[in-house]
Design a protein around this ligand. Structure first.
Ligand SMILES: [Zn+2]
Ligand SMILES: [Zn+2]
Length: 421
């Protein structure tokens, strides 16, 4: 049995890091909203007319070829790609100098009550064509078959600044999903196995905000250094006692983060752990450095989900993540406290941050389990192939498996009894 004993507090005990902070003051200062910085204009000016033409032959039959990650003209087979936003908008530089909140055009505040439907006038024949931006960014004119594209930023949050194109093909994604499901085959629901059809594996672009930030985080707490350890008899037990000096500990760390990636849709941001919501987080990270300038041709043949969270909504999520990064960075400086440090208060002061909205590519297979009314997902990171998901489990099979194990053990016990009789 072990029992901790607090030593009498030694008034002369050295304090490692100066007097305690007046945390209220510091927190108030940190809570003051950072000044807005200059915004980044990310509109792809070459696509202003809503018709994405092949630069070689002018055809509008353009789509992504996932095997190369490039756009391909279905008419003349010319392949090309948009420039990386990293260089185009200078996102890779100047994180140390960030000041205030810099927001790119596609990450701006979503106007309340704006419709998802955007009506475009076809440049080919003048017909009105409706695009439902909640799920798609293109529509084909049913009169002249021109593909019309949403290229301008819309007030409903549907057009991001950048897109990371699909890289894994549909066939490759199906292969990953099969592999994932077969590893869990023993317990998988028979209907799940039977009903798996590759056609139901769908490519979807999910909305994220990608953040660069400069911050200072501070942690205040108590650290203990053991000075003595002894045991005493207490009846039949031996009780171990410790004596430790308790120190007021404070650590501050200045840090920069490059491409912190946070969900931009509310239904997947909630980390409740009990549902399939957080599956998408387990297939992070994405190579966001390779994201390219917005061009809706990258979305032809894929669905997309609209962003519905603003920078203001996600600022606290960013602060949480910065605090967590800082905490792990100060960890290495706490070695002298052999009985550990308990943080009692922490704060983050964000000097500057830069927000860019981005569509990231995911292959999804969903399965609705009727008896439990649960929606299961298998998700594949369409850049790295990282796969995660939940597979519906057959209760009946679990019971059978338990019975089999039980019977097997009884069999062994029986054998031992026979041997020792
Ligand atoms: Zn062409
Ligand atoms: Zn038309």
């Amino acid at each position: 049995m072990t029992q901790d004993a607090q030593p009498p507090r030694d008034p002369d005990a050295p304090v490692f890091d100066g007097p305690p902070l007046s945390l209220e003051e510091e927190l108030a200062a940190a809570r003051a909203e950072p000044e807005p910085g200059p915004d980044i204009d990310t509109v792809n000016a070459e696509l202003a007319d809503g018709i994405n033409r092949c630069p070689k032959c002018g055809s509008t039959d353009v789509q992504l070829r996932a095997s190369t990650g490039m756009l391909v003209c279905l008419f003349c087979r010319h392949q090309w790609q948009e420039d990386r936003v990293e260089e185009e908008f200078g996102l890779g530089v100047g994180i140390e100098e960030l000041d205030g909140t810099v927001i790119a055009g596609g990450a701006g505040t979503i106007a309340a009550d704006v419709a998802d439907q955007v009506t475009l006038t076809c440049g080919g024949c003048g017909a009105e064509v409706v695009v439902d931006t909640a799920h798609a960014m293109n529509a084909r004119c049913h009169w002249c078959r021109h593909t019309l594209n949403i290229n301008q930023q819309t007030p409903n949050g549907a057009v991001p600044d950048a897109v990371l194109p699909f890289r894994l093909t549909h066939a490759e994604a199906v292969e990953r999903i099969r592999e994932f499901a077969s590893k869990r085959r023993l317990f998988a629901h028979p209907r799940f196995k039977k009903e798996f059809v590759p056609e139901n594996v769908l490519g979807v672009y999910l909305p994220y905000l990608v953040i660069d930030a400069r911050a200072e985080t501070t942690y205040v707490g108590k650290g203990e250094v053991q000075t003595r350890r002894w045991t005493e008899k207490s009846g039949d037990n031996t009780v171990t006692y410790y004596a430790a000096d308790v120190y007021q500990v404070q650590r501050s760390v200045g840090l920069t983060v490059d491409d912190l990636t946070i969900e931009g849709a509310a239904d997947r941001r909630d980390f409740d752990g009990s549902t399939t919501n957080n599956i998408i987080n387990t297939i992070l990270p994405f190579d966001t450095k390779n994201a390219v300038k917005w061009n809706s041709s990258y979305l032809v043949g894929f669905t997309s989900e609209k962003r519905d969270l603003d920078v203001d909504d996600l600022h606290p999520v960013m602060e949480e993540q910065l605090l967590s990064i800082g905490r792990s960075q100060v960890e290495g400086s706490l070695g002298q406290f052999d009985r550990g440090v308990r943080w009692e208060a922490e704060q983050v002061d964000v000097g500057g941050s830069r927000w860019v909205s981005m569509y990231l590519p995911v292959w999804l297979y969903s399965y609705y389990q009727e008896n439990t009314q649960t929606l299961h997902y298998i998700a594949v990171n369409a850049r790295t192939g990282e796969t995660m998901g939940s597979v519906p489990v057959s209760q009946w099979r679990l019971i059978t498996a338990a019975l089999t194990v039980g019977t097997f053990l009884e069999g062994i016990a029986g054998a031992i009894l026979v041997a020792t009789a």
